[in-house]
Write a protein that binds this ligand. Structure first.
Ligand code: GLP
Length: 259
């Protein structure tokens, strides 16, 4: 796990965009996209690079991490709509190249199983962007999710519903249930890019990076993955015990190694 502490959220967005750009320029890339507010700066950065420096997504495919159950794709807060509005409609993905879970599926279990098959058929995810919930969730894998879980239906915690209420008119409008890639599914992506900004994420980042591997902090499962980059601003890094070590190591990293 590589921990990179950056001076500002804008620097986190730039560095995350650098990592993603590297895959997109290399050939047909499969991107794992997250929603929530954390990756918005990264998406803005990628949109600017598309407009100003010819970064093309025409060969790429994308898979969303999760979706609310009960929201049709056209609902403004469905993750299908959010990712279109915030990113994919502003670049040049081919029609049908952006995949998400169907929150209205009659049979959510079958939908989850098919989604796993679609990811596998695309050759797996090259780079997966992840945010982190204040309770340490990734995707919508709430505490006590199996560290080996696959895509499935989950019930949101009250904390997550509260955290996400800002996107809805009222807290009671936040759906109770979601479909989410499992922690085992996420762990099959070849490179995981975990982003966090702000003091509200400091406890979750400390638990994920330096705490024990434990289902109480789902993001701690990233410790098992061979290629994880954690990009955090100063505030999100503030509760890490070994900040000096991370800064020192990154400052002396040879440029040719990349992320
Ligand atoms: C949400 C999403 C996650 C996201 C996390 C943090 O509920 N399902 O994918 O990473 O919680 O959200 P935010 O980035 O808005 O803080």
């Amino acid at each position: 796990m590589e921990i990179v502490i950056l001076p500002s959220p804008a620097e986190v967005a730039r560095k995350a965009a650098d990592a993603i750009e590297q895959y997109v320029r290399r050939g047909p890339a499969v991107l794992g996209l997250a929603t929530g507010s954390t990756p918005l700066g990264t998406y803005q950065e990628l949109i600017e690079r598309h407009r100003n420096s010819g970064l093309g997504f025409g060969q790429a495919q994308a898979f969303l991490l999760d979706e609310y159950v009960g929201l049709p794709a056209a609902h403004p807060q469905s993750y299908h709509s959010v990712i279109r509005d915030e990113f994919t409609d502003s670049v040049d993905f081919a029609a049908g190249a952006v995949h998400g879970l169907d929150g209205m599926a009659q049979d959510p279990q079958a939908e989850a199983a098919q989604y796993e098959e679609r990811i596998a058929a695309a050759g797996g995810v090259d780079i997966q962007i992840l945010g982190i919930g204040t309770d340490g969730h990734v995707g919508f894998n709430e505490p006590m999710s199996s560290l080996a879980s696959r895509t499935r239906i989950k019930t949101l915690t009250r904390q997550t519903r509260k955290d996400n209420a800002r996107f809805f008119d009222r807290e009671q409008d936040v759906p109770d249930h979601v479909l989410t890639q499992g922690l085992g599914t996420i762990g099959q992506a070849r490179h995981l890019l975990l982003l966090a900004m702000g003091a509200a994420k400091a406890d979750a980042i400390a638990a994920a990076v330096e705490g024990p591997l434990a289902a109480i902090c789902p993001a701690s499962v990233l410790q098992l993955h061979p290629h994880v980059t954690v990009l955090v601003d100063e505030a999100a890094a503030s509760k890490l015990t070994h900040q000096d070590y991370y800064r020192d190591t990154f400052s002396r990293k040879p440029a040719w190694q990349g992320l």
